[in-house]
Design a protein around this ligand. Structure first.
Ligand code: SF4
Ligand code: ZN
Ligand code: ZN
Length: 302
């Protein structure tokens, strides 16, 4: 099959546009959409230090590669990477190796923070001690450590590898669970003291395009799934969107566009409140005591 734009052989069929793309035109299209998204939300401007949340999975590896291609030559922009080692046996160690390698290859300084050292127990240990779901501990402490480390590194932004599939799932899931306040917070509307602004440069890129980019650039990535991954509702939404998209290509974009259209109303309805400093650790929180400190007390870790 030939590329829809030139004479070369196609390497990718872009379902949402109906176009066959050669390597050159795939990469051009990929970067054009990422640049447009970065501009639209003013994600990266001048004199920035961008911390990349680097798990070693395909999204974060591709994100680091893309940002390095876009900003590697810019004197006023510095990239750093932060990996969180939650302490999940037989899972995290290999992905950390991949993270280390890509950072070495791209000459990005790499910082690893560990649950065991920073929080007082590995995730495996928390799961043995506490009654909550693994993803609850993992999500709260990872967010906490990423923000704290990014701030310590004087990062101006914290970039995560969320892609279009992730975002469409989250939007739909919030609707289905009637969690509209959380939906309003999906794109932060103001800068909060102590909280490094999160950006998602790949939010307009399909997961299968990320996989194709990794393959075309020979990037080693991990496709391993976390042993604790058990999110039946999200998996159902993912499967539904997958089938729907297959039948009606481009509908994940529609979910995103609809969300962006109602975002101003959501922000009016649920204005972002100013955060406090946690009374125990000083990290930003909407409450008196942050969720991480609450969980630490519950797990007898303080
Ligand atoms: S699936 Fe695994 S890595 Fe992801 S939040 Fe849950 S415990 Fe953490
Ligand atoms: Zn072409
Ligand atoms: Zn706290």
């Amino acid at each position: 099959m030939k590329c829809s734009y030139c004479n070369r052989n196609a390497v990718y069929f872009q379902r949402h546009s109906g176009k066959h793309l050669c390597r050159k035109h795939f990469i051009e299209n990929f970067f054009r959409r990422i640049r447009r998204n970065i501009r639209k939300f003013r994600m990266i401007e001048r004199d920035e230090r961008i911390a990349i949340a680097m798990s070693g999975g395909k999204d974060s590896v591709v994100l680091a590669h893309v940002l390095s291609e876009l900003y590697g030559n810019r004197k006023d922009i510095e990239l750093v990477a932060i990996s969180v080692d939650e302490g999940i046996e037989n899972y995290r160690a290999p992905t950390l190796k991949i993270a280390e390698k890509i950072c070495r290859d791209l000459d990005i300084s790499h910082h690893v923070v560990r649950f065991e050292r920073e929080i007082g127990a590995s995730l495996d240990e928390m799961v043995r001690r506490g009654g909550k779901k693994p993803c609850t501990y993992c999500g709260v402490f990872r967010k906490y450590l990423l923000n704290r480390k990014a701030r310590e590194l004087s990062a101006t932004k914290l970039a995560t590898g969320h892609n279009l599939d992730d975002e469409a799932q989250t939007i739909l899931l919030n609707f289905l669970q009637s969690d509209i306040e959380r939906l309003a917070r999906l794109v932060p509307s103001k800068i909060q003291k102590g909280l490094v602004v999160r950006i998602k440069p790949l939010r307009e890129i399909y997961e299968r395009e990320i996989v194709a980019y990794a393959v075309l650039n020979n990037l080693s990535v991990s496709f391993e799934e976390c042993p604790y991954s058990q999110t039946p509702v999200r998996a159902a939404v993912r499967d539904f969107l997958y089938e729907f998209e297959k039948k009606y290509p481009g509908r994940k974009f529609s979910v995103m566009r609809s969300f962006e259209a109602i975002l101003p109303c959501l922000r009016d309805r649920y204005p972002q409140i100013d955060l406090n400093e946690c009374r125990i650790c000083g990290e930003p929180t909407p409450r008196e005591i942050c969720q991480a400190c609450e969980l630490r007390v519950e797990l007898n870790l303080s």
